[in-house]
Design a protein around this ligand. Structure first.
Ligand code: ZN
Length: 423
């Protein structure tokens, strides 16, 4: 069966499941992800993997505890092969994904949404997905997922993408949290956005600590702090280890009329670039405030590429938002909150030597929701990492953040103009 025929077959199976399963995810214009939905069977476990072959033809094999359905497709720029599976627990050897062999440069795996996992292979060049199938277990052999990749040229590769990657049989990743009930609750809504998640680990600490875990723990602490005061409603773009595309995070805040959006991250510097420490607060700007801010925005904006999201169906409005004048007021509010936040953090946490910066972060693009991106510190710096993983530090820093939120939403005294509280 060709890859194309295979995908159609898998999609039909996937669609049937999706129609009846509660895990079904409504199709929506925007970020496209194909996900076979797991039937109610035993959970899937990937236990081992192998890569064989050369620069012309490469076979990628993953051992599984049982047979599953999969959907496989390719993406360009950079060249990737994406395999969507039902939710799978990966117990692969450490550093398995760093193996380079034949046409495969490296690969990643993890949760892409509730009920769905994904493997993304970075390939050395354009490849054709010759075969993608799962063999049932037989004679003491485990079930096996098999991908056969063949080197091809860019023209054929792009033609194949145009043929196969049709949004008509796709589903969309949704945030892991259902919209809150309106209930006429007039309290401002604060959206907390823990970066990365699922297949996208973010940066890494020296002991294997992952940014996605550090920022989720922090956001949860912050949520408790904010909710305990009773003055705000709080929603999180993710409250578990799920991947959420950047545009979906923005949509999440906008569709709920959030009064404030706080994206939480933890940076890391490559060893050769030396050391840096402390927290930095970023706002959106077309031109980065300095080279480091530009580097960081580029790294953070890669999240969707890392997760193998097909961005060809992204609506254009996001790209055009930067020039929208209506955003000016929001920018002013964002800056105001960023300054307040730096002021409050000073007492509680270590700050970067230039703690207030700006760059073109995709996750800050909401034209109508004041948004900041907080880098809590550096996973690559020993002292920072110690703090980032400490519950006491989390509590202290979340308290400072809650104070900044309070000042932002507390209306200024008469005569202070349009500054201060929204909502
Ligand atoms: Zn990040």
């Amino acid at each position: 069966m060709t890859a194309r025929a295979f995908q159609i077959a898998s999609t039909i199976v996937g669609t049937l499941f999706a129609a009846c399963a509660s895990l079904a995810i409504a199709a929506e214009k925007g970020v496209t992800v194909r996900a076979p939905v797991a039937p109610a069977e035993a959970s899937v476990v990937a236990t081992d993997m192998r890569i064989g072959g050369d620069d012309k033809q490469t076979r990628f094999v993953v051992d599984l505890n049982r047979k599953i359905d999969l959907v496989a497709f390719t993406l360009a720029d950079p060249y990737r092969v994406v395999v969507d599976l039902p939710q799978t627990t990966f117990t692969l050897p450490a550093k398995a994904g760093e193996q380079a062999r034949g046409l495969v440069k490296a690969f990643r795996y993890g949760l892409i949404m509730q009920g769905g996992s994904r493997i993304v292979l970075d390939t050395k060049g354009p490849v054709r997905l010759e075969k993608a199938f799962v063999l049932d277990s037989a004679e003491a052999q485990p079930a096996r997922l098999v991908l056969d990749l063949i080197a091809t040229d860019r023209t054929s590769f792009m033609r194949n993408i145009a043929l196969v990657n049709r949004p008509s049989h796709s589903t969309s990743i949704k945030p892991s949290e259902a919209p809150p009930k309106a209930d006429g609750d007039a309290r401002p809504l604060i959206v907390l956005d823990p970066g990365h998640g699922g297949i996208d680990n973010g940066t890494k600490g020296s002991g294997g600590e992952l940014e996605k875990d550090v920022v989720l723990a922090f956001a949860q602490t912050l949520r408790e702090k904010l909710e305990s005061g009773g003055k705000y409603r709080v929603a999180m773009t993710r409250s578990d280890d799920t991947f959420i595309p950047l545009a979906e995070r923005v949509r999440f805040a906008r569709s709920r009329n959030a009064g404030l959006f706080i994206s939480v991250h933890a940076d890391a510097l490559p060893r050769r670039e030396g050391q840096a420490e402390g927290a930095t607060v970023y706002t959106l700007s077309e031109n980065a405030s300095d080279a480091e801010a530009a580097r960081l925005a580029e790294a953070e904006n890669k999240a969707d590429v890392i997760a193998g999201v097909d961005l060809t169906t992204e609506p254009d409005d996001v790209a055009n938002i930067l020039v929208d004048l209506a955003q000016r007021e929001t920018k002013t509010f964002s800056m105001q909150f960023a300054r307040t936040l730096v002021g409050e953090l000073k007492a509680a946490a270590r700050l970067h030597k230039h703690p207030l910066k700006s760059a073109g972060f995709k996750v800050l693009l909401a034209p109508d929701v004041p948004s900041v991106l907080l880098e809590l510190g550096y996973m690559s710096t020993k002292d920072d990492l110690k703090q980032l993983t400490s519950a006491a530090w989390r509590a202290r820093t979340a308290q400072a953040l809650a104070q900044a939120v309070d000042s932002f939403f507390t209306p200024r005294v008469a005569g202070a103009g349009a500054g201060g509280g929204r909502n």
